[in-house]
Design a protein around this ligand. Sequence first.
Ligand code: FE2
Ligand code: FE2
Length: 488
Amino acid sequence: MTATSTTSAGAVDYSTKIPNNINLADDSRVLKALEQWHPGYIDWWMTMGPEGFQTSDVYLRTAISIDPKGWAKFDYVKMPEYRWGILLAPQDENRLVNFGASRGEKAWQEVPGEHRASLRRLVVVQGDTEPASVEQQRHLGTTAPSLYDMRNLFQVNVEEGRHLWAMVYLLHKYFGKDGREEADGLLQRRSGDADKPRMLGAFNETTPDWLSFFMFTFFTDRDGKMQLESLAQSGFDPMSRTCRFMLTEEAHHMFVGETGVSRAIERTCEAMKAAGIEDPYDIAKVRALGVIDLPTIQKKANLHFSLSLDLFGSEISTNAANFYNGGLKGRYMETKIEDDHALTTAKYPVLKFVDGQIRMVEEPALTALNMRLRDDYVKDCQGGVNRWNKVIEKAGIKFALTLPSVAFHRHIGEFKGVKVSPDGKLLNETEWAKMRDQWIPSSDDGAFIESLMQPCWERGKYAGWISAPKVGIDNKGGDFEYVKIHRA
Ligand SMILES: [Fe+2]
Ligand SMILES: [Fe+2]
């Protein structure tokens, strides 16, 4: 994924209104288009961004370079003044189209006419997820369990805002009038809105509490990672370069999610031990300690995992085949895979629902690309779950978190509408209804978690349900004043 030769040193120009490393100052048409889009963006940020903290000083990182060793600087910033910029990974003059029918051609610097509609679609769908998550998370600041966590939330939010800029740049630069219209549309849809919802299901769900936020950044931002990884393989070079830099930031989002859940688990185990509770299923007793019981954490994981799996789309997809064949969207780690990168004859095993049974079926690999990316995603998730389980194990509590079956609680693809238990057994409606609340958070679970969501904004203090981080951000301690709160 690293460039073999680079054309720009990677310094970011902050002299224009829109910081960038793509010589925007010399591209007056695009600069003007983006400057015209800017006020609408700020308007969106003020009305749909983090509620109540727009005047607070937040210790944020801002990208100042694309050099992997020193790309960010940290300082106090009021979020509406954040320098959202357009940053692309350096261009590699020798880069090729690495898969599909055009494999071996020089990577495209302009949009090939025949792929214009498909590419625009890919940019818009990715772009739509970025502001959506900011909207979903906008109420969370008020219940932040610490200043450290509050800062992490806002960091994720401003970077999702930057990712929107990244996609809007592609629309303005490469897609003419319809690109401009799509860029405006990205500011008009709203997460969960009945008339103008965001494009994908998981981005219209609510993020009601901090455990949901951590699960979202672990599971759903990780879907984002997988999508960006496959778009980073694109033969359309500006798309590839844009996504490669986004991935740098995305890693932090998943860190926030993984460590957030991990700290909740750690606190629960610690409280159970201190109270002499051995049975993790003694839910009433555990909850009385003011911590989230492990079975409820499992339910939250079940929910967010299944919603995120839906984001991969149908297991069998001719769109995915066309995107691949066209050289637009590759596989995870495409260039590391040893095969023909054309998939003309290859097969891939797909889990399907056939004749009332869950079965593995060999399908043409080309149409099974969504399934393959999802498999890579599941492996990546499993790594994080294993690390969570180490925390439980270390505390000496007999409990292990698991990823539910990919057939569990699905709304898209093969298992849409099929009732399946987390361990992959087919159920009838009655059996499902009886067990549902054991597998997915019930309204009681939601109310309990909500009762714990009391703000804890004192410097160096953490809410009772979550432990302090091992290390802070930017080598600061857990007691650093990550947010200087001035309520709007
Ligand atoms: Fe993002
Ligand atoms: Fe993200």
